[in-house]
Every structure is written in C-alpha cells, then in structure tokens.
Design a protein around this ligand. Structure first.
Ligand code: 5GP
Ligand code: ZN
Length: 116
C-alpha cells in the first residue's frame, strides 16, 4: 500500500496520530475533522496515500464512494442532521490543505449552522 511518512492522514491510518474513527474497513477510514465546521464533520479517506482526485486510482474511488452513502446516513441519524454536504477540495488553489485525498461530509442543521 502506498504510504507517505510525512503525511498526517497516513499517520492517522498507521495509528501514530489519534483520531475519532467513525468507520473503518480494509481500504477506507472515516474520522471526525479536528476542527469541525458543523457537529459531526467527518473526513473519509483511502488508507493508501493518494494526493488528490487526479491521483486517485479507480479502485480507490470505488471503495470510497461505495461507503460514503452509508457513512452519510449514519452521521445524519447520529447527529439528527437535516441535510449533509459532500465537499472535496483538489489542489491548493481549490482550498486543499492536506494532500492525502479526502472527502468532507458536513452535516447541516439549518441557517447559521456554520457552513455555507
Ligand atoms: P482540506 O482543506 O485539505 O480540504 O481539508 C483538510 C481537513 O483536515 C481540514 O478540515 C482540517 O481541519 C483537517 N485536519 C487537519 N489535520 C488534522 C488532524 O490531525 N486530525 C483530524 N482529525 N483532522 C485534521
Ligand atoms: Zn497520506
């Protein structure tokens, strides 16, 4: 599996940095964002290191998007959210700050909930 010893999300995958995990399988990990935009803000990542969408093998995207709806439903129910945004920043210009591919799941609670 591709891994980058300088990557913060690879360190989370390896258990070197703690994270509040909400889902895990052989290929995918989901955990709560360290600075939640709204309550329950979750990041879904491939366990293998791929920089961004442009670098993501088809198999990885299949694994991720096979579980995203399940995780989204679980978040919606757990946090009693009204809705949920999926956000994916690719490249510095697009706002990406951690260069290990990740999908943001941002639960929504209504106007003034902190996002949008
Ligand atoms: P980006 O801006 O690359 O789309 O999103 C990176 C996200 O990673 C940010 O929302 C940031 O809060 C989150 N993040 C950065 N470092 C850590 C960390 O060490 N642990 C967790 N759980 N989230 C992190
Ligand atoms: Zn990584």
């Amino acid at each position: 599996m591709t891994t980058d010893s300088n990557c913060i999300f690879c360190k989370i995958v390896q258990g070197e940095i703690p994270a509040f995990k909400v889902y895990e399988d052989e290929h995918v990990l989901a955990f709560i964002d360290i600075s939640q935009v709204t309550k329950g803000h979750t990041l879904v990542i491939p366990k293998a290191h791929h920089q961004d969408l442009f670098d993501l093998p088809e198999e990885s995207s299949k694994h991720i998007f096979a579980v995203v709806p399940k995780i989204a439903r679980a978040i919606k129910q757990t946090y009693q959210a009204e809705g949920l945004n999926i956000v994916n920043n690719n490249g510095e210009l697009a706002g990406q700050t951690v260069f290990h591919y990740h999908v943001h799941l941002i639960p929504r609670y209504g106007k003034g909930d902190g996002f949008g």
